[in-house]
Design a protein around this ligand. Structure first.
Ligand code: GLN
Length: 476
């Protein structure tokens, strides 16, 4: 077996090594499989390795190198979250109800990746139906943080984060409804991005909250995340919210003002861990050294984001998950009448957190409460988005810590949903406003837990995240 130093690799380096013949795609993939064999039993990042498919994918990638049709993504070993459909493979959203659900078509992002000749290694553990911030609500056991195995990796894309952080894949795909790519990236020392709503098609992604859901790339460097992002973008007729290149070209890439805003009053609301605050201040200093002006910005509405998210999201969840009725597909419990089929299938097929949100969502949308909760939340969502547009007239981007605290011990917040929801406080504005945001590794706590800096940019200005991100990562 070839001795390849996986820690040191990124997409561009791999591409060069493969082109120069330093190692083959097969040798590279074998090295990752070796690490998976050694570490996955304990970390539980992968629910399944697609053993049977690996050989044909490797052969295809090697052929592309021989033909001269290889792209930067060809031969790159990637992990995918368990809510992304890959034809012929189980996609369970880490739920019992979809435990033996085999995808009958490829998600748009999988189609794209297949064309580029990537090697999809396996599907990764997640919070059930992407509801959670710790990967503990999965029906298939918890995933552990490789920096401290007694702690959570974050969630809901915890498996995708751990796969990359522990060299069980070079890059991975997660999904976001509110922070599920950024938060585990922050807890596991990775770069993770939530793109603009509509930048990537959600066709073939198991839905959670459709006005919020996006696929997001995760990797060790900004450049890896950028390359992966660009390879899965694009208009898809099967997702009416996906944006065309023509539409995107209307958003002129204005030059940077080199001014970054800090929503100081939002951050001073309390509840942020001291080491996180100190690390954030250090990140601001680093950005100043890189030539950015750091200014305070005022927001009247950001503080409402979390409350608004936890009204809109369960409403959409209750509507999206109505399809798991125990009749058409998925887990089903025999019963005497139709009502019992629904009640028993959902009652036994869904875990506690999912059921909590279904009940909440149905309540929010019910007659008499719809206006008071749902419609009001939509109005505040609009105010948040509009205020952000105004703030971005003055600054290129907004920064904050990604999460108010570092990775917490397993089990710590499972009995306290409100405490768990607090993980999302800095994530929510970007999802509600449909704008792009990225988490970058910004250092570690004294005990060695990774911390993250979040950068949020205006609509369709992912380029700003890449530019600032690259400047920042040179200084950490
Ligand atoms: N923590 C968020 C929640 O529980 C995660 C949602 C997501 O991004 N999938 O709703």
């Amino acid at each position: 077996m070839k001795n390849i130093n996986l820690k040191d690799l990124n997409i561009e380096k791999v591409h060069k090594h493969l082109k120069d013949g330093d190692f083959t795609v097969g040798e590279l993939v074998d090295s990752y499989l070796e690490v998976i064999k050694e570490k996955n039993v304990d970390l539980n990042a992968y629910l399944e390795i697609f053993t049977k498919d690996i050989k044909p994918q490797v052969e295809n990638a090697e052929k592309m190198f021989k033909d001269g049709t290889a792209t930067l993504m060809t031969g790159i070993p990637i992990a995918i979250k368990d809510n992304i459909l890959f034809e012929g493979h189980i996609a369970s959203a880490s739920s019992k109800i979809l435990g033996n659900h085999v995808a009958v078509y490829d998600a748009f992002v999988i189609e794209k990746l297949k064309k580029e000749g990537v090697v999809i290694l396996g599907r990764t553990n997640m919070d059930e139906f992407a509801m959670g911030s710790s990967t503990e609500t999965s029906y298939y056991g918890v995933t552990r943080n490789p920096f401290d195995r007694t702690r959570v990796p974050g969630g809901s894309s915890g498996g995708s984060a751990v796969a990359v952080a522990s060299d069980m894949a070079l890059v991975s795909l997660g999904t976001e409804t509110c922070g599920s790519v950024r938060q585990p990236s922050s807890f596991c020392g990775l770069v993770g991005m939530k793109p603009t709503y509509g930048a990537i098609s959600r066709s073939g992604i198991i839905a959670m909250g459709s006005s919020l859901d996006q696929v997001g790339p995760m990797g060790k460097t900004v450049s890896d995340v950028e390359i992966l992002y660009k390879s899965i973008c694009g208009k898809d007729p099967l997702d009416s919210t996906s944006l065309s290149d023509e539409f995107k070209s209307n958003f002129k890439q204005a030059p940077l003002k080199k001014r970054i805003g800090v929503p100081r009053d939002f951050l001073s609301g309390g509840g942020i861990n001291e080491e996180v605050l100190k690390n954030f201040d250090e990140s601001c200093e680093k950005l100043k050294k890189a030539g950015y002006q750091i200014v305070d910005v005022t927001s009247e509405t950001m503080k409402y984001s979390l409350a608004v998210y936890y009204i809109i999201m369960p409403a959409e969840v209750s509507s999206n998950l109505a399809r798991y009725d125990g009749i058409r597909y998925g887990f089903s419990e025999k019963a005497q009448n139709l009502y019992d089929v629904y009640a028993k299938s959902k009652g036994k097929g869904f875990g506690k957190e999912v059921r909590r949100r279904l009940l909440l969502g149905s309540y929010i949308l019910s007659h008499g409460y719809h206006d008071a909760y749902y419609n009001k939340a939509l109005k505040v969502r609009d105010m948040i988005a509009r205020e952000l547009v105004t703030i971005f007239l003055d600054v290129d981007a907004i920064i904050s810590p990604t999460v108010p605290f570092p990775a917490f011990p397993l089990g710590d917040k499972m009995d306290d949903p409100m405490a768990m929801y607090m993980c999302d406080i800095f994530s929510a504005p970007a999802n509600l406003a449909g704008i792009p945001a990225m988490s970058l590794p910004s250092g570690k706590t004294e005990s060695g837990l990774p911390l993250g800096l979040q950068i949020t940019a205006p609509y369709l200005r992912e380029d700003i995240l890449f530019t600032i991100g690259k400047d920042f990562e040179k200084l950490v």
